[in-house]
Ligand binder design. Structure first.
Ligand code: GLC
Length: 498
């Protein structure tokens, strides 16, 4: 009698869904399966495709640093290095009640933040999931939805809770809009391009702060939009508020991007800002666009090219497409589909479910990598439950190893981006903290360790001086702190017009 595999348990996916597995699979002999040796041979091929050597990483860092510098000198570059009009670090003493709206890649969040000073705060929030349709419908409708949700939030959390909104005294609002916007002032921002799969028409090239203001008037929401910020900038400021050794912030979520604090004279393209004084300004790098269009520096595989060419923005966001949560599951799915086409995997089984683009959630990669059982029961569960596919142990070991390759490459490429900023700013000797946030960083097992390993591969042992840590909620708390900083700056007469 051939042995059968049994197992049961359950796991909660990041989407909130519970995946239960009760498995008694067919005997391995019943279906034609690839054997252990075949899978090991294939793995060798993918290992060489997805592995980045330290030498290659150092070359990427060099090119990355040049790109960052060009972006600071000249306007309209592919990596736009956007001046954010956030001048310097918070003191930690910012205080007061602020509202924050965060339009991210997956959710809309509305928060009431009370800054208490001494790096302390309180936060109340509501979250709404965005539908795929909302990401593609008229831009103004998207902002109307944000204003409507904010209006309801103000009613139930402030007005009904007995809070007073004095006549003519609007609540200050920070709007976290996590897409590349070129800014002339802190409360303005023209959308350069949608990223992360959004495509709402009549928004690119428009001032999104003005569009949101129009919606706020329509829904009579008693707020004043003080600052339009990117999630990375918010994360930079919020992390520094509680941990002053923070110098860089990175988001590893549906998208991937970084912000850091730059000396004003180094931002050559900014020119003269007029009367006022300040030494530094935060820069939103929008580094997800690194190597877009030209594809000169990043090692792209056939799967990455397919991801790119079938996306709604071919050629764009090249760096992000190798790293962020929106794409990693799809990269792995494309490898599986190639092996199906070659007749290696799932012979005699109906594979239509796994052949649908983007069905393989990046959360599955984390789950596969963290499957602790010898038989890899979690992986059995994923394939039977979601794709109606039987797997052998050799195949499951292969999938686990493949997930590791894709996840590891993402972490090592991210290390290249961080290293480029560290090099540029001269942070290596004294070291610095990097505030990091996003589903990949927070939920993917070993992601942070792999970023740290990558930094050591690039810099040698000194790479240990650069340490990432889980950041404070940048899009909510960071946005509130920036709204407070802006208010204080203007009251102090520093660059009041921007
Ligand atoms: C995308 C956006 C960028 C954002 C990042 C993380 O790269 O273009 O603005 O910071 O995703 O959310």
């Amino acid at each position: 009698m051939p042995s059968s595999r049994r197992g049961s348990g359950s796991v909660v996916l990041p989407s909130g869904q519970t995946l239960a597995y009760h498995t008694r699979t067919q005997d391995e002999e019943d279906l034609p399966h690839a054997n252990k040796k075949t899978m090991a041979d294939h793995l060798r091929k993918y290992d060489s495709l997805f592995t980045l050597t330290p030498q290659r990483m150092r070359m990427i860092v060099e090119a990355f640093r040049d790109t960052l510098e060009t972006g600071l000198q000249k306007k309209c570059q592919i990596v736009p290095m956007i001046p954010t009009f956030v001048f310097g670090w918070p003191t930690g003493e910012e205080k007061g009640d602020f509202l924050a709206v965060d339009l991210g890649g997956t959710n809309l969040r509305v928060c009431l933040v009370t800054l208490q000073g001494e790096g302390k705060f309180e936060l109340t929030q509501s979250k709404y999931r965005l539908t795929e349709e909302q990401k593609q419908e008229e831009g103004q409708k998207l902002f109307d939805f944000c204003a409507e949700c904010l209006g309801n939030f103000v009613k139930s959390n402030i007005v009904s809770a007995g809070g007073k909104i004095e006549e003519g005294k609007n609540i200050p609002l920070g709007f976290t809009f996590s897409y590349p916007c070129s800014q002339e002032r802190i409360d303005h921002g023209e959308l350069i391009r949608w990223t992360k799969g959004f495509g709402a028409p009549n928004t690119e090239g428009h001032d999104v702060a003005a569009m949101f203001r129009e919606a706020l008037v329509k829904y009579e929401v008693p707020v004043t939009l003080e600052a339009l910020i990117n999630d990375t900038t918010g994360t930079l400021i919020a992390s520094h508020y509680v941990n002053p050794s923070t110098k860089i912030a990175v988001i590893f979520g549906t998208g991937c991007n970084a912000a850091y604090m730059e000396k004003l004279p180094a931002i050559e393209k900014l020119g003269n800002l007029g009367e006022g004084s300040a030494d530094e300004m935060a820069i939103n790098c929008e580094w997800g666009a690194f190597d877009s269009f030209e594809h000169e520096h990043l090692p792209r595989t056939t799967y990455d090219i397919i991801v790119d060419e079938t996306s709604n923005k071919p050629g764009e966001q090249s760096f992000e497409k190798l790293i962020s949560g929106r794409y990693l599951g799809e990269i792995l799915r494309l490898v599986i589909c190639e092996l199906i086409d070659e007749g290696v995997l799932f012979l005699g089984q109906n594979t239509y479910k796994i052949e649908i683009p983007y069905v393989f959630d990046t959360a599955f990669l984390s789950l596969m990598e963290s499957d602790p059982t010898d038989e890899l029961l979690m992986i059995i569960g994923i394939f039977t439950h979601f794709f109606a596919l039987e797997t052998t142990l050799a195949e499951r070991q292969f999938f686990k190893a493949l997930a590791k390759l894709v996840g590891r490459r993402a972490a090592r490429l991210s290390a290249c981006g961080i290293a480029a900023i560290v090099n540029k700013m001269g942070y290596l000797e004294d070291g610095c903290s990097v505030g990091a946030d996003g589903s990949l960083y927070n939920k993917y097992p070993g992601f942070a360790d792999r970023v740290h390993e990558g930094l050591v591969d690039i810099f040698g042992l000194k790479g240990k001086n650069i340490v990432t840590h889980h950041a404070e909620d940048g899009s909510g708390v960071g946005s509130a702190i920036i709204a407070a900083m802006t208010k204080n700056r203007k009251e102090a007469g520093i660059f009041v017009n921007v």
